[in-house]
Design a protein around this ligand. Structure first.
Ligand SMILES: [Mg+2]
Length: 233
């Protein structure tokens, strides 16, 4: 593993369970701001809209503020309660409490602590500018990865699997692609994206998904398998 000067990680669903985090944060926000609604049912409506709208946001058709509002105002049930102002208030409250619901995957701190002794660690993440650094702090990994090694698509203007975000990170880290490895849970975004620019890749396949995997991509089921894997490289 000494040959890697830089080890890059995806953030959401690679270092912590983002689905659980989102669900708990949204339900808690409903319970606080809208106790008249059934938080479980309301969450399911928001989740459905989120799944529909997120790809449209990623395409650039709508901006982040619109995405956040449309989750509420385009739903035939929620729009009886929410106007745009209330949708903004919901998001503001969610942001203020969501960090209570971030749980690192098993082995995260030990993995980072060990790897940081010999490698530059970095995070390459698709997401909005305002949430990702806070998540890093809540996960307690900001001591291993400073803010200038957190590469966010919302700031850089290119999202994985686009080569530009990987090239940007590699340039900032001062390493060649073959000197770096990227670990992430999305096969197309993380593994294929990294491979396409000449980095090595580890796919974190937590769900045991079955698919064709490029022979250069190493596969793990849990984050705690990463240290033994990299030691064996
Ligand atoms: Mg991910």
């Amino acid at each position: 593993m000494k040959r890697y000067k830089a080890i890059c990680f995806d953030l959401d669903d690679t270092l912590y369970d983002s689905s659980w985090h989102y669900e708990q944060g949204v339900k808690a926000t409903f319970q606080t701001l809208h106790p008249e609604l059934d938080a479980e049912a309301a969450f399911r409506l928001v989740k459905e809209r989120t799944d529909q709208l997120w790809p449209i946001f990623e395409e650039g058709t709508i901006d982040l503020a619109e995405y956040r509002r449309l989750r509420f105002v385009t739903d035939p049930v929620l729009n009886k309660v929410f106007d745009e102002k209330m949708a903004d208030a919901f998001h503001a409250h969610y942001m203020s409490i969501a960090s209570n619901y971030i749980r690192p995957f098993e082995g995260l701190a030990e993995t980072m602590e060990e790897l940081t002794k010999k490698h530059q660690l970095a995070v390459i993440t698709n997401g909005p500018a305002d949430a990702q650094w806070l998540k890093m702090q809540c996960l307690g990994i900001d001591s291993f990865i400073p803010e200038d090694r957190l590469f966010i698509s919302g700031i850089i203007g290119a999202a994985k699997p686009h080569a530009a975000i990987f090239h940007h990170a590699l340039n900032e880290l001062g390493v060649e692609p073959h000197e770096a490895i990227h670990i992430g849970d999305s096969y197309p975004h993380d593994a294929e994206g990294a491979l396409a620019v000449g980095m090595d890749a580890v796919w974190l396949n937590r769900n045991g998904s079955v698919r064709d995997v490029h022979p250069q991509v190493r596969v793990i089921r849990e984050l705690k398998e990463l240290l033994p894997l990299l030691k064996a490289c």
